[in-house]
Design a protein around this ligand. Structure first.
Ligand SMILES: [Cu+2]
Length: 395
């Protein structure tokens, strides 16, 4: 007996040790993601909207009510069976059409249903009331990304696509995050987050381009199918700034798990600044490629393009580093034949070590080429016009 006891306690303490160690490494490997899933999360997501709060209140209210009914009914049942068992001499009663019993078992459930239906109806009606929104955004589900179009309100006209961050795709292809690395937002990171202002009613119109998707953000208490050829809507008013995460919630094909939703809730000022930035970006894309620039203007424009896209590799001083060739003094940059540099910018070089920049606008490409030709020791006085980029693209 003693031996068994010893074995058991040693086994128990070993399990405790092992699971303790496992917990420790797990805590090191991944942490709760604020606004997203938590490690071994049990409860619903912490609510950030009134609706989500009310949903969670309903959830607990119903659960507790049902538990109380369950316990009461079973207690009465077991008590009755036990108390009136045959072995202590009870005889089965034989009655029919007891008005009292029938009235009770009609009225009591009726009261319970009303007790549940009243608050539930209130929340469902509020959930569906998308009127008087400050901001209307269309969310379009696509295999496998989300398109966002700001339709009405501040930021009207902004439109972009939100895709899973490519590094997360690469991690997933490799079987998950590297061992020991904390990736709390694994498969939830996107390139362009949906940005909305705090404390404003945001109406989300959902639709889809291909198959049925669903727009879901648990912290907001919203989940709405996005159906091709149909328009559905939902709304939220986030009461806290921060980052909140969701995912497509309708199995939509093999990459269903790769279409996360990232909502960035910001203050009114931050939102205005973001809208301004997006407007500028859109305006830059709309640059007239037939415009003829002066050297001074285009170099100034090119300086910004260079800082944003090229300096990370070629350095602000144009000297490059290691395999990244210097642009300061580069024969290709200095050449009077502009196509030499433009071809590299459009197509990349060194097997992709120098990426292709064809996603930049004609004006931006001409500007950055002009900048490199007239900066550092490169004082060529050469001016590359956007029309040259247009001509080269057409080839
Ligand atoms: Cu989907």
């Amino acid at each position: 007996m003693k031996m068994i006891w010893n074995k058991l306690t040693s086994l128990l303490s070993r399990t405790a040790l092992v699971s303790g160690a496992w917990l420790a490494t797990a805590a090191h490997a991944v942490n709760d993601l604020p606004g997203g899933p938590a490690v071994r999360q049990l409860n619903l997501a912490p609510p950030v909207t009134k609706i989500a709060e009310e949903q969670q209140w309903l959830h607990w209210f119903m659960l507790i009510l049902c538990t109380v009914i369950f316990i009461a009914v079973f207690a009465v049942m077991f008590y009755s069976i036990w108390k009136h068992r045959k072995s202590v001499g009870h005889k089965a009663a034989n009655f029919h059409e007891s008005v009292v019993v029938e009235v009770i078992w009609t009225i009591v459930p009726f009261v319970i249903v009303i007790l549940m239906a009243l608050p539930a109806t209130k929340v469902v009606v509020a959930l569906k009331d998308t009127s008087n929104a400050d901001l209307t955004i269309k969310a379009t589900g696509m295999q496998w990304k989300w398109g966002y179009d700001y339709i009405k309100g501040e930021g009207e006209g902004i439109s972009f696509v939100s895709t899973l961050d490519s590094s997360h795709r690469a991690m997933s292809n490799a079987g998950g995050p590297p061992k020991g690395q904390a990736v709390d937002d694994y498969l939830l990171k996107v390139d362009n987050a949906l940005v909305v202002p705090v404390n404003k009613k945001v109406r989300i119109i959902t639709t889809a381009n291909d198959v049925i998707h669903a727009f879901m953000v648990p912290a907001f208490g919203i989940k709405q199918d996005a159906i091709p050829g149909f328009v559905r809507d939902t709304w939220f008013r986030a009461e806290k700034t921060g980052d909140f995460y969701g995912q497509c919630a309708e199995l939509c094909g093999k990459e269903h798990a790769y279409m996360p939703i990232h909502v960035k809730v910001v203050t009114a000022e931050q939102y205005a600044a973001w809208v301004d930035g997006e407007r500028k970006k859109a305006a830059a894309k709309l640059d007239d490629p037939t415009k003829v620039w002066t050297l001074e203007d285009i170099v100034k424009r090119g300086e910004r393009v260079y800082a944003a896209n090229c300096a990370a590799c070629h350095q602000a001083n144009g000297k490059g580093a290691g395999p990244i060739k210097p642009l300061d003094g580069s024969a290709i940059v200095l050449d009077t034949d502009h196509t030499k540099q433009l071809n590299i910018l459009l197509n990349g070089a060194g097997n992709g070590a120098m990426p292709s920049w064809k996603q930049l606008s004609d004006t931006d490409l001409a500007a950055v080429a002009s900048y490199t030709k007239n900066n550092w020791s490169n004082k060529t006085g050469q001016l590359v016009q956007p029309s040259e980029v247009v001509a080269l693209r057409a080839k």
